[in-house]
Design a protein around this ligand. Structure first.
Ligand code: B12
Length: 357
């Protein structure tokens, strides 16, 4: 279970004030000369870094904080900001937090814990050139098709990408392979291109929306497949906008003859619980991409358990692929990363069932 640390709650309660103090510390006397847009951006960035730091401490995951510092460093390097910016930021965090030590809510020992996680995070950063590159990826099926699909969408050619997929269906390519070897790697590559400043937010949004559209063209086929008497109910935690991953998982499981009940992004806890009560699924799946949403996944699981719902609960998404011990801390029954591993896991959890056609 994820512990609720009172000292972290204390810092969270004072987050806005701490963020403002960090900005003042970083920009010194220039702070009142800052353009409003620049100031708001600095506030957003600082809040984002702090939320990730506080969550790493709360879930006690050095692994995730290391991944975060690497990611933030890569992002800043590719955005042409000075590579010292992130370390400047965390130095300012330590200066500001020193003034917060009051020996009652926030002690020297807590301060040292923060110092330790930050210094370990920084000691493992690799140069951005190596860490965010896609070079050296092994050959995969549909590799050429993936290249062409990417070319179409980066050239804003949605119908070219759709025609390519329709042709693959006509050529009897397994729909599951489209998820495994086309849509999934394409979305990951899109993230890398955005992070390394090779495409902008609009290009990323366009390509993601186009992939959603192209996936929807497959639904007639996917939903008409025969189904076993099993239901997989899937949701994102509240605040979480990344729903493509769990949507793909649902489509994939429909191809494996499961029924899925997909709730999508940003689901309020009570509505998830109500849907579970009404639908009575065989497996509940909770997806979470942003690290700072992990406590919400844990909280939702606690509420489901308290409601005496004896259904296996899986958690998964980006951070769970980085820290292999994380699922356990959320109180879930398990996790899995790849489509095949997810299918195998739910088959094991529910005893398997042979499709009778
Ligand atoms: C598309 C996208 C978005 C879209 C999402 C649209 C949508 N409809 O889903 C939008 C524009 C909303 C978005 C917003 C943001 N994004 Co975004 N996004 C992406 C991107 C490019 C692709 C996501 C995706 O489709 N992945 C493909 C799927 C298949 O992968 P997946 O989700 O991991 O799912 C797999 C497994 O994890 C698993 N799985 C998933 N869920 C579950 C659940 C269970 C129970 C199980 C068992 C398994 C499982 O199954 C899948 C198959 O293997 C990723 C890049 C990436 N590497 O993922 C960035 C990425 C996740 N985003 C990122 C960021 C920073 C953001 C923003 C903060 C940007 C901003 N400044 O606003 C916001 C945050 C929004 C929020 N509050 O949630 C970063 C996160 C980095 C980090 N360290 O935190 C990434 C990694 C980009 C990058 N490389 O920098 N994003």
């Amino acid at each position: 279970m994820i512990n609720r640390f009172l000292w972290l709650e204390h810092l969270r309660r004072h987050r806005s004030r701490i963020v403002a103090a960090i900005i003042r510390h970083l920009h010194d006397s220039d702070v009142h000369l800052m353009d409003e847009k620049v100031y708001l951006q600095a506030m957003n960035d600082a809040t984002f870094h702090l939320d990730n730091l506080f969550t790493s401490l709360e879930i006690e995951s050095q692994t995730l904080f290391n991944a975060y510092t690497q990611w933030a460093n890569d992002l800043l390097t590719h955005s042409n900001a000075s590579s010292a910016t992130l370390s400047d930021f965390f130095e300012a965090v330590m200066e500001v937090l020193l003034l917060e030590v009051d020996d009652i809510h926030f002690t020297t020992a807590h301060y040292q814990r923060i110092e330790e996680i930050i210094s370990q995070g920084f000691s493992q950063i690799k140069s951005a050139a190596g860490s965010a590159s896609s070079a050296g990826t092994p050959a995969t099926p549909l590799q050429d098709e993936l290249k062409r699909y990417t070319q179409h969408l980066l050239a804003s050619d949605r119908s070219g990408a759709a025609k390519l997929v329709q042709q693959l269906i006509q050529d009897d390519v397994d729909v599951k392979d489209l998820y495994r070897h086309l849509f999934h790697p394409f979305q990951i590559e899109l993230g890398r291109l955005w992070q390394t400043n090779k495409i902008n937010v609009a290009q990323e949004h366009f390509a993601t929306a186009a992939t959603q559209y192209i996936m929807s063209l497959l639904y007639e086929h996917i939903l008409s497949l025969p189904k076993i008497d099993k239901v997989f109910l899937a949701t994102c935690v509240s605040g979480e906008l990344h729903e493509m991953g769990i949507r793909m998982v649902c489509d994939y499981l429909e191809c494996c003859h499961w029924n899925t009940h997909y709730l999508g992004a940003n689901m309020p806890e009570s509505a998830v619980i109500q849907a579970v009560m009404e639908r009575q699924p065989d497996v509940i799946a909770i997806s979470c991409t942003m690290m700072y949403h992990i406590p919400k996944a844990s909280h939702l699981i606690q509420r489901l358990r308290k409601a005496d719902i004896p259904i296996p609960i899986l958690v998964g998404g980006y951070p769970f692929n980085i820290d292999p011990l994380l699922w356990h801390k959320t109180g879930a029954t398990g996790t899995a990363g790849s489509f095949d591993a997810i299918y195998e896991t739910i088959e094991v959890l529910t005893g398997g069932e042979v499709l009778e056609i």
